[in-house]
Design a binder for this molecule. Structure first.
Ligand SMILES: N[C@@H](CC=O)C(=O)O
Length: 315
């Protein structure tokens, strides 16, 4: 079996970090909007691009009003700075691809001055390669800019990691500025980086690999849920890399330990770990997750507390 090799390490590179913003909850299970606003601001202050209505923001569990409230608030808070948002539609296995709903979601995001991230759906991913490519070509005509998204089924059941042929076609769409790659596999991401370097060097390969956040060393940028645990420290880490500061490695190692703990099976419960961690850091009023989301046990808390202590010297 021939293994894919990594490309060269790209030192002193300015990393583009996009962070999937956690939607915080209050004791009565309503959204804690002031805490959400503060987390969007914290993300921007760290130098990261907020990514709202993503999986970390429970987009698949939100009603229309809540999803639009997230967009309205983010539009106001970002005040013209870049943000991205998930264009999500809910369907079932066997569903037809529904372009109209995607376009409606993209229009809502663009009306808020955001850049759509095209979530996958059964209708999109159950098509042939040709059908998938055609769908993105048609969507690209309906917006100024967009970001693609390949998601492993460990995150959501309708996800699909595309063939490299489909990936190449995405890069051929000039207003597709990048694509988030969430296979949790380094080799598949290295293949995408090699293709990107050959075909379109300005295209962002946005790692979604919370288990290998050092993929930025090989030229990936990122759109992560893990960075929502501590946007400030991801900002510090990224600046260390740009400055050639070797403290990058030590900080990256601790953040990766947090990533392995937070994204352990069942992976979808990473959002509760995020709330627990932010609460321990005094950045949220509660450590509650969405009422319908998977939970972590309270026995995780002492482990997270120890990680907060390990990270303290970098704050
Ligand atoms: N894919 C997740 C983030 C996990 O890294 C998201 O969409 O929020």
């Amino acid at each position: 079996m021939s293994a894919t090799q990594p490309g060269p390490i790209l030192r002193n590179r300015k990393i583009t970090g996009m962070s999937a913003v956690l939607l915080p909850f209050a004791a009565d299970h309503s959204v804690d909007w002031p805490a959400f606003d503060a987390h969007v601001e914290r993300t921007m202050e760290a130098g990261l691009v907020p990514a709202v209505n993503m999986d970390t923001g429970y987009v698949n569990l939100l009603d229309d009003a809540t999803r639009n409230e997230v967009l309205d608030r983010t539009k106001r808070l970002t005040a013209g700075k870049m943000f991205v948002a998930g264009a999500y539609l809910s369907d079932q296995p066997g569903a037809n691809y529904n372009q109209d709903v995607y376009v409606r979601r993209m229009n809502e995001i663009e009306a808020a001055n955001g850049v759509p991230v095209i979530f996958q759906s059964y209708g999109l991913t159950e098509q042939s390669d040709e059908g998938i490519t055609k769908a993105y070509q048609n969507l690209s005509k309906e917006c100024d800019r967009f970001i693609g998204f390949e998601l492993g089924t460990v995150f959501l059941p309708f996800g699909k990691i595309y063939s490299l042929d489909v990936y190449r076609e995405l890069m051929n769409l000039p207003n597709c500025i990048g694509a988030k790659h969430s296979s949790l596999r380094r080799d598949l991401e290295w293949q995408r980086l090699a293709l990107r370097n050959e075909v379109r060097p300005d295209f962002m390969v946005l790692t979604g690999n919370d288990l290998a956040i050092d993929m930025v060393m090989y030229g990936s940028d990122y759109l992560l849920g893990l960075s929502s645990y501590c946007p400030d420290l991801f900002g510090v880490r990224d600046r260390m890399w740009a400055a050639g500061d070797s403290n990058f490695y030590q900080l990256n190692d601790i953040l990766q330990y947090l990533g392995f703990f937070g994204f352990r099976t069942p992976v979808a419960a990473y959002k509760h770990t995020c709330a627990q961690f932010l609460h321990l850091r005094g950045m949220l009023n509660s450590n509650l997750t969405h009422p319908d989301a998977l939970k972590r046990p309270d026995t995780d808390l002492p482990i997270l507390e120890a990680i907060v202590e390990q990270l303290a010297e970098y704050v």
